[in-house]
Ligand binder design. Sequence first.
Ligand SMILES: Cc1cc2nc3c(=O)[nH]c(=O)nc-3n(C[C@H](O)[C@H](O)[C@H](O)COP(=O)(O)O)c2cc1C
Length: 213
Amino acid sequence: MDAKTDTAPIEVLEDLLASRFSCRAFLPQPVPRAIIERILAAAQKTASWCNSQPWQLVIASGAATRKFRDVMYGAASSGKPNSGDFPFPREYRGVYLERRRESGFQLYNSLGIPRGDKAGYARQALENFNFFGAPHVAIVHTDEALDKEVDRLAATLAGNAPRAMAGMKRAINEFARGTLDEEAADRRHRDSMRSAEISEGIAAFAEKRPPKF
Ligand SMILES: Cc1cc2nc3c(=O)[nH]c(=O)nc-3n(C[C@H](O)[C@H](O)[C@H](O)COP(=O)(O)O)c2cc1C
């Protein structure tokens, strides 16, 4: 129990999570700097790999928000193709498609945009670039070198240790199909742990060089 409030920490967390929602219309009043700093100090306590805390933030207020919004809104409504840094998902299917549709219809219903009103959908989508009228905007970015390192690591994992990767892929696929023979998978895992591939992988890691398979 929290001595100050007589409330168990899990209840505090449950209340906070239950009252969280994505706001899509903001009042124009600026948020006092002390409150922004307090929120950031709390957010700073989240976990990061090797405690690298790789995030950097730019927070715009007043004229800077307006300037940024004008550029973003102008670009988004120009009709030019979207050229974001990250591609959109290839496809939403199954439950993901259902959730996405449901969320869209709830949003349009609450805004009084009728079903099939494509222009209304587009106007609402553009509100993203109007920052939903918010007086501030936060841009979270990271050091370019860290991002490249993640790409390199992903490529190394995908391209190397062919035997281990094939074994893992097979186990995941069999598990997904409900046909996984756990004993056989264990046997393959033990064989793989004794293989030349794993010794080379460990040696390469220790010597900080790419492995040779
Ligand atoms: C990574 C991420 C990106 C999102 N992008 C948008 C967005 O571009 N526009 C928008 O209106 N909502 C966006 N949302 C909000 C989600 O649609 C929202 O979280 C979801 O509908 C659930 O509603 P709730 O957050 O109110 O519980 C995003 C949420 C996340 C986590």
